[in-house]
Design a protein around this ligand. Structure first.
Ligand code: GDG
Length: 732
C-alpha cells in the first residue's frame, strides 16, 4: 500500500512570520483534528495553500517555509494575489458557495472566475501528480477543488482518489443553472469514491449525473467507461473527547474575563436564560432572519422581556466578497435597532460579538448557555450544534436546530425548526425555556451517545476504509476481462490463424453510438470500410445482428451485401438477397399490446413506439431518466399481467422495452447460423440484454465481448464503441 495524500484549499497549519523567522502552528479546526488518524507518521502528506500569497512571501524565506511545513507533513501550493481573487474569492465563494447553498441570485457566472478556478485546480492537481505514484491513496477536500480528481486521474490512473464535499450538493434544478455544470461533474467523477454529509446531497448529485451527463447509475454506483464510481454519505462528526474534556476542565480552571461577565449576568438575574448562536458571518447561516425571529418572539411572548438574552457570535469571514460586506451592515443595523428599541436600564436583549474568539471562550459560551439556537437557511452539516451538545457535561441544555442543516438528520432529539417560520420558532423558544430538566437530560443522552460513537476520527476512518475497499472491490466486480492491448492482439492472431470464421456484430451501442433519433444513427464511411474489408475475406461469415427493423437495415446494408439478422432473429438476409423469415412468428398479439404502449407514450414525454414486423418497441432514451425508468418498470408490470402464458416475451434493452414472440432471440438465431457449417473461430459482440442471449447460448469456445462495464455473461468487455472499432481493425 502506498502513501496517503490529503489535499485541501488550506493547510492544517498557519504560517506566522516574526522577526524574519517562520513558524508553522497547527490549526485547531475540526478537519485537522479528524484527519489526525489519517495524517500521521511519514506515510502521509497534506498539500494545500499556505495562506500567504506570492506577494506576501519574502523570497528569502521560501526554503524555511518548506522546511517548517515539512515538519508537519505538509507541502504548499503557491498562489499569487490574482489567483486567490479569481479562484477563492471569485469562483469558489461568488459562484459555487451561493449556488450550492440555494442562493441563486447571489451566484455570479463570470468567465474570468471560471478560467482562474480551472488554472488553480490544475496547480493543485500538478502538485499531487508531482508528489504521488501508483498505488497511493489521495483524498481531495471540498468545493474549491471540484476539478482536481479528474485532473489527477488523467496522469495517475492507478491511484485511488476520494473526494469529500463539506457543503450541500444542490438539487438538479439549481445545479443545472451553472454554465460549467458538465465540467464540474466530470471533474468530480475522476474520483473512485465521492462522499457527502447526507443522503439527500448524495441523491441530488446522482440525479445531476444521470440527467446532465446521461450516465448509467445503479443504486449508488456510477458507470463511466471502464470505471465504477461509488457515491456515499459520511456525516462528519466532531472531536467529542476534546470538547468534553475542555468543558470538564473549564470548571476547574481560573475563570476568563468572558466567563466572569457571563457569571455576573447570571448572578444578577438568576432566572434569566441565555440563548446562544455561533456562526461564521455568512448569509447561509440565517443570522439576520434569526434576529428578526427573536424580535417576533419578544413581541409574541412579552413576558420574556428582561428574562432572556441572545448572544450572537459572528465570526468574520470572506470580507472581500461584497455580499458579506452587505450582510455585516444589515446585521449591525438590525442589532442596533432592536437593542435601541427594547433595551431597559437592566437589560440589553442582544449581545453581539463580531470577532473570532479563542477556543476557551467558545467553551465558556457553550457551557454557560441554556439554549443553542442555530438557524442556517442551508448548511452542509453544522458542527456548532454538535459541539454545544458535547460540552453539556451535566446533560442539560436545549438545542434548537434548523431542519436545513445536515446535522438535523442525526440530531432528531433536538428541537427542529424551519428557519423561515417565525411563529414556529417563537413557540419553540417558549418550549425550550420551559423544558423540564428530565426531558433535557433524556434528549441529550441520546445525542451525546451518538456523537461520542460517530466522532470525527471514526468519520475519517470510515471514509478511508470505503476508499480502500473500493480499490480492492473494483478489481473483482466485473467478471468479464477487459480487452487490453495485449488481448486485442491475441484475438487478432487467433482470427488470422483460423480456417473458418463466424462473426456476430450487434449494431446500436456496438458498431455505432446512440442517437436521439435512431434513424440518424446511420453508418459512417469508416464503418462501411471496416465491414467491407472483413466480409470480403475468404472463409469469413460476418453477420450484423440487431433488433432493428428490416427496412432500415435493408436501406443501409443491402446494397453492401452484408449478411444480416434483424428484429432479433425474425428475418435473415445473406449476400444481398431479399430478407427471408428465419422464425415463424405470429403477430396477432400486436393489436392488443399496441394501445397499451401508446398510452405510455401519451403519459411519458419523449418516448415513442417503434413498430417492427413482429415486435413492438417502446423507446424511452429521450425521457427524463428517473421518470423513464419508473415508467419502464410500470410498463413491465402491466405487460406481464397482460401477456400471461402467451408466446410473447418482454425484453429490457438499453432504454428500450421490446415485446416480441418468445421463440425469437439473437441467441437462437446465432445458434442456427453456427449449425450451418464448421467454424473454428466464433466471435460475438454487443452492448445490451438482447445480446446476452448470444453470450449465453453460443458454445464456450466463442469469443464473447460486451461493450460497456456492466454485469454480463460475456468473457471480455471493451469500454466503448471507439474501442470496438480498434478491436475489429485487428480482423481487417
Ligand atoms: C463548513 C460547512 C460543515 C466558530 N467560531 C469560532 C470557532 N468556530 C468553529 C466552531 C466549528 C467551526 O468553527 C464552524 O463549523 P460549522 O460546521 O458550524 O460551519 P462552517 O465553517 O461553515 O463549515 C459546514 C463544515 O464545513 C464541516 O464539514 O459542517 O456545514 O459550511 O468547529 O467551533 N472556533 C474558535 N473561535 C471562534 O470564534 N476557536
Amino acid at each position: 500500500m502506498g502513501k496517503t495524500i490529503i489535499i485541501s484549499n488550506r493547510l492544517p497549519v498557519q504560517l506566522q512570520i516574526s522577526n524574519g523567522k517562520i513558524n508553522a502552528v497547527p490549526s485547531v479546526g475540526g478537519l485537522a483534528t479528524g484527519m489526525k488518524s489519517v495524517h500521521s507518521g511519514g506515510e502521509s502528506l497534506w498539500i494545500g495553500w499556505s495562506g500567504l500569497t506570492d506577494e506576501e512571501t519574502p523570497p528569502e524565506l521560501e526554503q524555511d517555509i518548506d522546511a517548517a511545513l515539512a515538519e508537519h507533513g505538509c507541502a504548499k501550493v503557491t498562489l499569487n494575489a490574482t489567483e486567490v481573487d479569481g479562484f477563492y474569492f471569485g469562483f469558489s465563494n461568488r459562484t459555487i458557495w451561493p449556488l450550492f447553498h440555494y442562493f441563486m441570485e447571489y451566484s455570479e457566472f463570470e468567465l474570468d472566475f471560471w478560467e482562474t478556478y480551472k488554472a488553480v485546480n490544475q496547480k493543485f492537481a500538478d502538485a499531487i501528480i508531482e508528489k504521488s505514484e501508483d498505488g497511493d491513496i489521495i483524498w481531495v477536500h471540498d468545493y474549491q477543488l471540484l476539478l482536481v480528481p479528474q485532473m489527477v486521474r488523467e496522469k495517475r490512473p492507478k491511484t485511488s482518489i476520494g473526494f469529500f464535499l463539506h457543503i450541500p450538493f444542490p438539487s438538479y434544478e439549481i445545479f443545472r443553472t451553472l454554465p460549467w455544470r458538465e465540467e464540474v461533474l466530470e471533474g468530480l467523477l475522476g474520483a473512485d469514491l465521492i462522499g457527502f454529509h447526507t443522503y439527500d446531497y448524495e441523491r441530488h448529485f446522482l440525479s445531476a449525473v444521470r440527467r446532465i451527463l446521461g450516465l448509467e447509475v445503479n443504486f449508488n454506483d456510477v458507470f463511466v467507461d471502464n470505471r465504477v464510481i461509488k457515491v456515499d454519505s459520511f456525516p462528519m462528526g466532531i472531536d467529542y473527547k476534546k470538547f468534553r474534556k475542555a468543558a470538564l476542565d473549564h470548571d476547574k480552571n481560573k475563570k476568563s474575563d468572558l466567563q466572569e461577565r457571563l457569571d455576573s449576568h447570571k448572578a444578577s438575574a438568576p432566572d434569566t436564560k441565555l440563548i446562544l448562536s455561533i456562526d461564521r458571518l455568512d448569509y447561509s447561516k440565517g443570522i439576520a432572519k434569526r434576529i428578526n425571529a427573536f424580535e417576533y418572539f419578544l413581541n409574541k411572548y412579552p413576558e420574556y422581556k428582561e428574562k432572556v438574552r441572545l448572544i450572537i457570535l459572528a465570526v468574520p469571514s470572506r470580507s472581500n466578497v461584497p455580499q458579506y460586506q452587505l450582510l455585516k451592515k444589515e446585521i449591525d443595523e438590525l442589532v442596533g435597532r432592536i437593542n435601541g428599541e427594547l433595551s431597559t436600564v437592566n437589560w440589553t436583549p442582544i449581545w453581539y460579538f463580531y470577532r473570532s474568539l479563542p477556543f476557551k471562550s467558545l467553551i465558556d459560551l457553550y457551557t454557560s448557555s441554556d439554549i443553542a439556537w442555530l438557524t442556517p437557511l442551508r448548511d452542509g452539516m453544522n458542527l456548532v450544534a454538535k459541539e454545544y451538545i458535547a460540552t453539556r457535561t451535566d446533560k442539560t441544555g436545549v438545542l434548537i436546530l434548523s431542519e436545513m442543516a445536515g446535522s438535523a438528520y442525526e440530531m432528531n432529539e433536538s428541537l427542529l425548526i424551519n428557519p423561515n417560520n417565525f411563529e414556529q420558532q417563537a413557540d419553540t423558544l417558549n418550549q425550550a425555556i420551559n423544558m423540564p430538566k428530565e426531558e433535557q437530560i433524556s434528549r441529550n443522552t441520546f445525542l451525546q451517545n451518538r456523537l461520542e460513537r460517530y466522532n470525527v476520527e471514526v468519520w475519517a476512518n470510515e471514509f478511508m476504509k470505503a476508499l480502500k475497499d473500493k480499490s480492492n472491490v473494483a478489481l473483482n466486480t466485473v467478471v468479464a476481462k477487459k480487452v487490453t492491448d495485449g488481448i486485442l492482439q491475441e484475438m487478432g492472431k487467433k482470427y488470422r490463424a483460423a480456417k473458418n470464421r463466424l462473426l456476430f456484430l450487434d449494431y446500436d451501442g456496438t458498431l455505432a453510438g446512440f442517437h436521439k433519433d435512431p434513424q440518424k444513427a446511420s453508418p459512417d464511411g469508416e464503418l462501411y470500410e471496416l465491414l467491407d474489408k472483413i466480409s470480403a475475406q475468404e472463409n469469413t461469415t460476418l453477420f450484423l445482428i440487431s433488433g432493428r427493423d428490416k427496412q432500415t437495415f435493408g436501406r443501409w446494408f443491402l446494397p453492401k451485401k452484408y449478411n444480416m439478422i434483424v428484429e432479433h432473429g425474425v428475418w435473415i438476409s445473406k449476400n444481398g438477397e431479399e430478407f427471408k423469415m428465419l422464425e415463424k412468428v405470429k403477430g396477432e398479439w400486436m393489436e392488443k399490446i399496441r394501445p397499451v404502449l401508446e398510452s405510455f407514450v401519451d403519459r411519458t414525454p419523449g418516448s415513442f413506439v417503434e413498430e417492427k414486423n413482429y415486435s413492438l418497441a417502446w423507446h424511452y432514451r429521450n425521457t427524463d431518466p428517473d421518470f423513464g425508468d419508473k415508467r419502464a418498470s410500470e410498463l413491465n408490470t402491466v405487460l406481464r399481467s397482460l401477456i400471461g402464458n402467451d408466446d410473447i416475451s418482454v425484453l429490457n434493452g438499453n432504454k428500450v422495452m421490446e415485446v416480441k414472440s418468445s421463440n425469437v432471440n439473437k441467441g437462437r438465431a446465432a445458434i442456427r447460423m453456427l449449425s450451418e457449417n464448421d467454424y473454428d473461430f466464433v466471435f460475438a459482440i454487443g452492448d445490451d440484454w438482447t445480446d446476452e442471449y448470444m453470450f449465453q447460448e453460443l458454445p464456450d469456445s466463442t469469443l464473447t465481448v460486451k461493450v460497456g462495464f456492466q454485469k454480463t455473461h460475456a468473457k471480455y468487455y471493451v469500454e466503448n464503441t471507439k474501442r470496438v472499432r480498434e478491436l475489429l481493425k485487428q480482423f481487417e
